[in-house]
Design a protein around this ligand. Sequence first.
Ligand SMILES: *Cc1c(COP(=O)(O)O)cnc(C)c1O
Length: 502
Amino acid sequence: MLYSSTQNASEVVSAAQAIAQGISKDGGLFVPQSFPKYDEKDFRELLKKDYKGRAEKIFSDYLTDFTAEEIEDCVEKAYTAEKFGGENPAPMAYTQLGGVDLNILELWHGPTCAFKDMALQILPHLLTKSLKKTCDGKDAVILVATSGDTGKAALEGFKDVEHTKIIVFYPVDGVSPMQKHQMNTQEGGNVTVCAIKGNFDDAQTGVKKIFTTPSISEKLAENNMLFSSANSINWGRLLPQIVYYISSYCDMVNERKIAFGDKINVVVPTGNFGNILASYYASLMGLPVARFICASNSNNVLTDFINTGVYDKNRQFYTTISPSMDILVSSNLERLLYKLSGNSDKTTREWMTALKTGGRYEVGDDVKAVMNEKFYGGFCDDAQTKRTISRLFEEQGYLCDTHTAVAVSVYEEYVEKTGDNTPAVIASTASPYKFSKAVLEAVAPDAELPETEFDMVDMLNSITKMPVPAPLAGLKGKQTRFSDVTEVDKMPEYVLSALSVE
Ligand SMILES: *Cc1c(COP(=O)(O)O)cnc(C)c1O
């Protein structure tokens, strides 16, 4: 299977090249030229497998330049029961709210307690093998822009991985205290963490610029290094996310929540559009998804886009209690648009150029029609997010984080508006303990909150009795290693200096 760039169809690479490079030289994103199609027999086979077995099957159909042994090795190392707290790294939880069934796909049982672990525990293994295949002997420099969760998950995945160095940039005022603490205390000899004076979009644009500046890449090449990406622009990030949608369907069939062949809806709290795109790709493989429900917070650029066909990032940016979704430029939408435009690199390039220059583009009626049929966009503000956390906890004793609550809230609104009672899988993307303050304010609005993050964690634990994940509890009292803050336009110099290649 080959991959081509969304912005230049003649840029064609193998899976290993796509993963090693991260992003195409023209600034486009690598997409598979076709999607493997699973029929009834394939799905019946998948039902019998465990998560790892399902992952191996799906990986092998996309990574055709990897051997079966290589794929097995990656999967075995990534999804251990030790790292994910059990044999199934992505278990389902079944609950209800106001009489509406919620089938919750819990994706946060990994080492950093956010769904990013599902991909970032395996990406380093895929990447080191890809580097061997494509440019043996070079070291990969992983540049990451994070809205909070990717940074820590990437640091944890790449720490002390041979032939890699990782540099993470996060918005100085745009992540939760727990997220900041997780990153600034990171261990490992090959890691660097730096805050930027800007928001996530500034960080992401800065990183993309560094990737596509030839003079910087040349400097790295002289030193036997090359850039790669652990953001969801990297195919190696998206592919592992396809697995859990297919796996959740199998689990729901096996757990008799749906019948084999039943259609489902998928609800995803969305920022950069990677997670929801993975569910769309799963549907192209044969997963019977009727509707993709895209849930946003007050940064509702995607809600507007789905409803009007106009993408316009020229709007107020809000810092919310679901910071991992505080994003106005959703990178992976580019991959969806490429597909919906009939794989037109020319049209995709025009839209992306318009976005870069004027911050706005409008898709044609054909694309709008498909969007309308397959996607639903909704959003909710912080107050509504907290009400949802509180209601779900009061009614069912189920505690969810702020991002998941956005998804639940938008899903409730969807059911009310449409009457559609197709069973829905709701992606739950983080542990509530990563956002203790907001979750406490939701479940105990009258309580006086303690000052420190870990006192809030303890208070939330004593109120809800939900266990604190060990990786978060273990951070208490840990020394800060990183405290650098840089201006956005100094990011290139910062990178070169961190790599000692000025
Ligand atoms: C990253 C993240 C999201 C957004 O996912 P995208 O793939 O960027 O759309 C939602 N919730 C949490 C907790 C996250 O960490």
